[in-house]
Design a protein around this ligand. Structure first.
Ligand code: SAH
Length: 406
């Protein structure tokens, strides 16, 4: 039986040469056949030329997520197995920077960037945690779980599809066991030789901010090389479960202060500090709003040697970009004022809609208003286990700057 065919408007046909995996409803001229949501459709130009093949969803503004641009490629079970295998095999290269042998926590499948739109698979020790972000993936998650069990034989696969984007696909949140055994309440992972407890049931995203792995390692490494580390005070803003905190303590600094608005996150951060053998006295935790706490430090004339700013996503959509930039500017402006001369700022944005250029402009604005000077020492992004497809610039959502501030 022929696959339903989606005909693309002539003026949008050219877009397919760029191989972006999203086809918006505005590009669709008409439909031959009546696919159910999640069904595979063939995309053709008005002349009948083959453009691609992908899964359909009438709920979403993204009507089709393209899976292949090759007419000879059918989307069958073998296709999904090959795509998963490709992603899994790639991780050998992408984890090469890991500092303590093969890591046991990383992103295995990075959705569009790995040719599997809508699917995130993270590994935590013996367990996999998946997110089905689209209708097409949600419908196939049993198949995907079966293939992952065959390919990797994990102890179990848990689903954490409790994300807002699913609403745009006409899906409600869903969590639960998909295959194998239930994960324990806390999974202990090794990240560059540091140990962390991950709560895959209640933690953010799939449990841990895996994307910051290499930036956390950078902080730890540079402190280890810093002859003055023993005199340094580090301020870790938006600390979550203490990722950057543990690496900073490992750098043998004098003191680390960590701030987060979530008391649960801080409780787990304290456990992670203890798990790595540090005394509670070495690390101070503050449950509070970073915007307010930084102002209190300024009033109290407190100064720091290193500040990490890793806020949550401030811009959820285009309308929020301006206010998001005001938020980024405010915390960076405060951080610049709180740094000692020669101090270091590690500042991030994970808003996909704020690109690296715009983020740099915002940080520049904050610097000028704070009447300080700074050098960019490194441009930062997500780790190599979060590869970015060249045809999917949206994949580069995490960007950061490491600055020396005068
Ligand atoms: N750097 C962390 C990840 C940070 S995620 C790591 O490496 O694991 C962002 C964190 O910011 C979340 O833990 C969230 O609870 C916290 N948060 C959000 N808004 C906040 C605010 N206004 N003040 C303090 N913390 C906030």
């Amino acid at each position: 039986m022929a696959e339903p065919t989606v005909l693309i408007r002539q003026d949008r046909e050219k877009m397919f040469e760029k191989r972006h995996p999203w086809v918006f409803s505005g590009a669709v001229r008409s439909m031959e056949g009546s696919p159910a949501d999640g069904d595979i459709v063939t995309l053709r130009g008005e002349s009948g030329a083959f453009l691609g093949r992908g899964y359909w969803n009438h709920h979403s503004q993204i009507n089709v997520h393209v899976l292949t641009w090759d007419e000879g490629q059918n989307i069958d079970d073998e296709f999904w197995r090959a795509r998963l295998q490709r992603s899994i095999s790639g991780r050998a290269v992408e984890n090469a920077q890991h500092q303590s042998g093969a890591p046991n926590a990383y992103r295995l499948v990075n959705a569009e960037n790995d040719g599997v739109p809508g699917l995130v698979v993270d590994r935590y020790g013996d367990w996999l945690v998946i997110q089905a972000l689209t209708f097409g993936i949600d419908r196939r998650k049993q198949l995907i779980a079966k293939l992952l069990m065959e390919l990797l034989a994990p102890a179990g696969i848990y689903e954490r599809s409790d994300v807002d984007v699913r609403a745009k696909e006409g899906l409600s949140p869903n969590v639960g066991l998909l295959a194998g055994r239930k994960p324990p309440p806390m999974i202990e992972i090794d990240e560059n030789g540091r140990r962390f407890l991950v709560d895959v049931y209640n933690g953010h995203k799939t449990g841990f901010y895996l994307d910051q792995r290499e930036n956390r390692a950078l902080l730890g490494n540079w402190l280890r090389f810093d002859p003055e580390a023993g005199n340094r005070t580090v301020l870790n803003c938006f600390c979550y479960t203490g990722g950057f905190t543990v690496y900073a303590l490992d750098g043998m600094v004098k003191r680390v202060i960590s701030i987060d608005s979530s008391a649960e996150a801080i409780a787990l951060a304290r456990r992670n500090v203890a798990l790595n053998g540090f005394a509670a006295a070495e690390a101070d935790f503050v449950v509070g709003d970073v915007f307010n706490v930084l102002r209190e430090y300024r009033t109290a004339n407190q100064r720091f040697d290193v500040i990490v700013l890793d806020p949550p996503k401030f811009a959820q959509n285009q309308r929020q970009v301006e206010s998001a930039c005001r938020g980024y500017k405010d915390i960076n402006w405060l951080a610049f004022q709180l740094l000692k001369p020669g101090g270091m700022l590690m500042t991030f944005s994970c808003s996909g809609l704020v690109d690296a250029d715009l983020f740099q402009k915002v940080v520049f604005g904050a610097l000028v208003d704070a009447r300080r000077e700074a050098q960019i020492v490194a441009r930062l992004g997500a780790g190599a286990d979060h590869p970015v497809s060249l045809t999917f610039p949206e994949g580069a959502y995490l960007k950061g700057l490491l600055c020396r501030v005068w």
